[in-house]
Design a protein around this ligand. Structure first.
Ligand SMILES: NC(=O)c1ccc[n+]([C@@H]2O[C@H](COP(=O)([O-])OP(=O)(O)OC[C@H]3O[C@@H](n4cnc5c(N)ncnc54)[C@H](O)[C@@H]3O)[C@@H](O)[C@H]2O)c1
Length: 359
């Protein structure tokens, strides 16, 4: 297993801002990209955090990621928006898309935002959190325009990406429900993290290039490649297909498997449905019933092997609090890849090392 660094939050923020500045990003963009990636690490989703920077760097250097781009309204039908992400950083485009959707849902009671051509939107839960913080409910169907990596139920060859489904529900008197998962057994980045750490992935998640079960992440990270399985057999597979049809074909006008596999860019399409509970007229009942229901779940006795019953979003909030206080674990291979990426962006490795307190 490779060595781990534990980097205090403030030091990691300084170091990652230096790396992101290498893209030529404006100060706001540096802040948005660094904060979003680090927050993914803080919430425990290292697969969608700073470890993405080497891939973003390759995408940028080959012209597939456009720094300082903004979400552009292509169609404005009031409560229905079609946006073009201009191949900009998803960390910026996602935030702008949700801000537009929130404003429209407040005005019309609900809004649908169809977003295409955004570079990688990262941890989709961040967008559900942004909407929930505004007191609104949201659903997000996302596809991934990158070489397919997940096999259809019953198939051997990959047919689509790890297509996340995400929902956010604000709750009275407590933090929101944030349900946020890849429709694959594991996110692609979790295979990369396991491979970098020299670890196996859990059983039942991936198959080799002949469809045989394996736990070796090399089948996902290197050639010849196998495939990740969809979660929940035919049910998760069905949800993955829905994400491709809604986030890809409908919102982005493009499905993932058409993407040129030689390219390093990762584009996401996302269909977001945003609802203002107050506009439905029964927000008091919604708040009361939702709170009572969630309390009944959380009050249930845990079964052996569990400390407590939680709702979606709680594990990320706990991890965020823990890692904010104790520092963020970053494996040495991933850190080295980030330093290499910084160097190829013209950023001095040593200054990044010093900022992180690792020199
Ligand atoms: N942008 C992209 O292209 C892309 C693609 C795939 C995945 N992703 C992101 O990858 C991230 C990781 O996805 P994943 O599938 O590995 O997530 P995961 O398997 O860790 O599941 C996370 C979800 O399960 C909930 N959860 C976990 N333990 C729980 C418990 N004990 N009780 C109740 N709820 C619990 C979490 O709160 C969260 O909502 C997500 O943020 C997703 O958006 C992004």
């Amino acid at each position: 297993m490779s060595d781990m660094h534990t980097i205090p939050l403030a030091a990691l923020e300084r170091a990652i801002r230096l790396v992101v500045a290498g893209f030529g990003s404006a100060p706001d963009e540096i802040e948005s990209v660094a904060a979003n990636l680090i927050d993914a690490n803080l919430t425990g989703h290292d697969s969608h955090g700073i470890g993405m920077l080497p891939r973003y760097t390759e995408a940028y250097l080959e012209g597939g990621l456009a720094p300082n781009a903004h979400a552009r309204i292509v169609l404005d039908a009031g409560a229905l928006l079609r946006l073009d992400g201009s191949a900009g950083f998803g960390q910026v485009i996602g935030k702008e898309a949700m801000a537009l959707g929130i404003a429209r849902a407040r005005r019309h009671g609900s809004a649908i935002v169809a977003l295409g051509n955004s570079h990688h939107l990262g941890r989709i839960g961040a967008w559900a959190e942004q909407v929930a913080a505004a007191g609104l409910v949201s659903l997000h169907f996302v596809n991934v325009m990158a070489p397919p990596i997940v096999a259809p139920y019953g198939g051997i060859r990959p047919g689509f990406g790890t297509n996340p489904f995400t929902a956010g529900v604000p709750l009275a008197g407590r933090a929101p429900l944030i349900l946020d998962f890849a429709t694959s057994m594991i996110a692609y980045g979790k295979s990369r993290v396991a491979y970098n750490k020299g670890q196996a992935v859990p059983e039942g998640c991936i198959i080799d290039n002949e469809g045989r079960p394996t736990t070796d992440p090399r089948w996902i990270v290197t050639e010849p490649s196998g495939a990740i399985l969809a979660f929940g057999a035919h049910k998760g597979y069905g949800l993955a297909v829905l994400c491709e049809l809604l986030g890809g074909a409908l919102a982005a006008g493009m499905v993932g498997h058409r993407e040129d596999g030689s390219k390093k860019r990762i584009l996401n399409g996302m269909l977001s449905v945003i609802v203002d509970p107050a506009a439905l007229g029964g927000s008091a009942a919604f708040e009361r019933e939702a709170q009572a229901f969630v309390d009944s779940l959380l009050g249930a006795p845990p079964r052996p092997g569990f400390d407590q019953v939680q709702i979606a979003g709680d594990p990320e909030r706990e991890q965020r609090a823990r890692r904010s206080a104790r520092g963020l674990p970053v494996d040495a291979t991933t850190w080295q890849q980030i330093l290499d990426a910084a160097a190829s962006l013209g950023v001095d490795r040593r200054s990044v090392q010093c900022a992180a307190g690792l020199a």
